[in-house]
Design a protein around this ligand. Sequence first.
Ligand code: UTP
Length: 279
Amino acid sequence: MSIIKTAVFPVGGLGTRFLPATKAMPKEMLPIVDTPLIQFVVEEARACGIERLVFVTGRQKHAIENHFDHMYELEANLEAKSKTEYVHLVRQHLGEPGEILFTRQMRPAGLGHAVWCARHVVQDAPFAVLLADDFIDAEPGCLAQMIAAFEANPGNYLAAMQVEADKVDRYGIAEPADDQEPESKSVRIKGLVEKPKPGDSPSRLAVIGRYVLMPEVMKRLSTLDPGAGGEIQLTDAIAAEIPHCPTYAYHFDGQRFDCGSKLGFVQATAHMSAKRGLV
Ligand code: UTP
């Protein structure tokens, strides 16, 4: 089994782009057909043998905690009506007691800050970070692909994909190093910049929401000042580690949808509806 034992799920953001739906409901609970976004990434992490799942939450995020707990009244009701398949559906993702831990970010000060809030659980070991709003349909899962690459060749790994030139200002963008292993899915990088202007971008290789990181990134987060948007950026901590640790943009196999945006969410819904034969 994998040497990565801990996964961090930052779910403390405000989900502004989905208001009013996300006023009282976490963005990460939005469903693709019938399954919340957060459940997909939890299952992706569990498929890698990850044992500790840390949710970094905020206010109005109780629904996530409740989703990963029993709901006795509902289960008893379904059992009384012999709706066995639904009983299975509401229990199958629960995992072992104590496997999921919650901590509060207290204020949404950026993705890097959210990850740093999990430092006492992660401790001095490599760890994974998964963002629920990057929905990836892949088999094996994107994180499993990245962990396999990490185990063959340790370093910091960031899932990455080519994006259109006019969209680079929505992403962390990687600057590939000059010497590359031909045909490798792992592109060694020499720089990383958060949301560059299209004219200033070092490439179109965008970082998306799966990371396998060395513990030094967590230490680096403790010392960072706020970057782009006044937030503590995860990409800044990883960029600061580039001179000290091999860092790779990883070209995963799979289809990714930006479920932080309305269009991406609708596209993911259409994709999974078709895959499940609903349309
Ligand atoms: P996003 O920036 O896409 O999410 O962060 P958001 O801030 O919730 O959405 P908008 O822009 O207001 O619509 C990506 C992930 O990082 C988490 C979010 O919950 C989301 O899962 N995040 C972001 C935090 O946990 N804390 C933060 O301070 C910021």
